[in-house]
Design a protein around this ligand. Structure first.
Ligand code: AMP
Ligand code: MN
Ligand code: MN
Length: 316
């Protein structure tokens, strides 16, 4: 395992970087990758980001198409907030594995260290928390633009500093970002208090389809093509409501099932106090964090649901 200082030294000594976030990129990976990009460019390095899947409207305020531009041959690939190679989709084979050197900066407990240089800290609330240290070690000035992106990263993965992954270190990092002149209220509103009309329409389906299991300790809901069509939403809009499943009084584990195809069901798992959902997800080939994890079943909704519920019955 490598320290942030070692990673920073490596980044100073090399050039021609391609940075890769995970599929369906969230605020942590887009915030962390774009902050790293700006820091590397400030050092005069060639750097660009390649995306496994597009940036959603919710996060477009920290995105610029110039981040994906750069006329150079990549030498070093840096995966950020990526728990496992398949989270980069085809970019793993096409870009990451072709690079001369590979780096991974991540905070998933299930990360097995797939890069040559691995800076993985599962105690960090967000990849952005580790990235704050990397950028400090690089000796790059913490500009407002970099600070805003790091704040998006940390705020998004902690649910606005509400989740149990939030620590003293998280607040220390955030405090430095405030020092760089960010407007936290604007960022928090953009991340947590702005919903599209389509998301609001989708909310009706999410709540109407909620079911309680095992005496109300597990809450499930599901989103399929029909719900999306009738609400004018996209599947990524469902992410706005994942947390609702575990916010019901008495619920320990919340599950949202996303029907992607007849035999492809993606599941988001969330827990409150004692169930390690990362290890539940890992049993079925997924992974993540103790309180937030994900897994994709190559089955229909019913089979995926039965598999997960029979596992959870033992744990709640
Ligand atoms: P999600 O429910 O997709 O928001 O995922 C919750 C957390 O688990 C995020 O940190 C994801 O990066 C991680 N995660 C989701 N799916 C997987 C997977 N198949 N393998 C490893 N980690 C995952
Ligand atoms: Mn992420
Ligand atoms: Mn993350």
């Amino acid at each position: 395992m490598h320290t942030t200082k070692q990673v920073a030294q490596f980044l100073k000594d090399n050039n021609n970087y391609v940075i890769i976030p995970h599929r369906s990129p969230d605020g942590d990976c887009l915030g962390s990758t774009s902050a790293l990009l700006l820091a590397l460019r400030a050092l005069g390095k060639n750097a660009k980001i390649v995306l496994p899947s597009p940036v959603t409207q919710r996060l477009s305020f920290i995105w610029d198409s110039s981040y994906e531009e750069g006329d150079f041959e990549p030498e070093v690939a840096i995966a950020v907030d990526v728990a496992a190679p398949y989270m980069m989709l085809e970019l793993y084979d096409e870009v990451f594995s072709k690079a001369k050197s590979t780096v991974c900066i991540d905070h998933h407990g299930t990360n097995e260290g797939f890069a040559q240089i691995n800076c993985v800290d599962s105690q960090a609330a967000a990849a952005g928390e580790i990235m704050c240290a990397v950028i400090e070690d690089l000796g790059v000035e913490l500009t407002k633009a970099i600070a805003e992106r790091l704040f998006v990263a940390i705020a998004d993965d902690t649910g606005g500093f509400q989740y149990s992954n939030t620590t003293t270190r998280t607040h220390r990092a955030a405090s430095q970002l405030y020092g760089a002149g960010i407007n936290s209220a604007d960022i928090m509103r953009a991340l947590f208090a702005t919903r599209t009309k389509a998301e609001m329409n989708l909310l009706k389906f999410v709540t109407a389809r909620m079911e309680y299991h095992f005496g109300g300790k597990v809450c499930t809901t599901w989103v399929d093509g029909e719900a999306l069509e009738q609400s004018g939403a996209e599947m990524s809009n469902a992410d706005a409501w994942i947390g609702l499943t575990r916010s019901v009084d008495g619920v320990e584990v919340g599950l949202m099932f996303k029907v992607l195809a007849e035999n492809e069901t993606r599941v988001s798992l969330r827990s409150n106090n004692y169930v390690d959902v990362a290890s539940v997800a890992q049993k079925f080939g997924g992974g993540g964090h103790v309180r937030a994890a994900g897994v994709t079943f190559l089955t229909n909704l019913e089979t995926a649901k039965e598999s997960l519920l029979s596992e959870l019955e033992k744990l709640v």
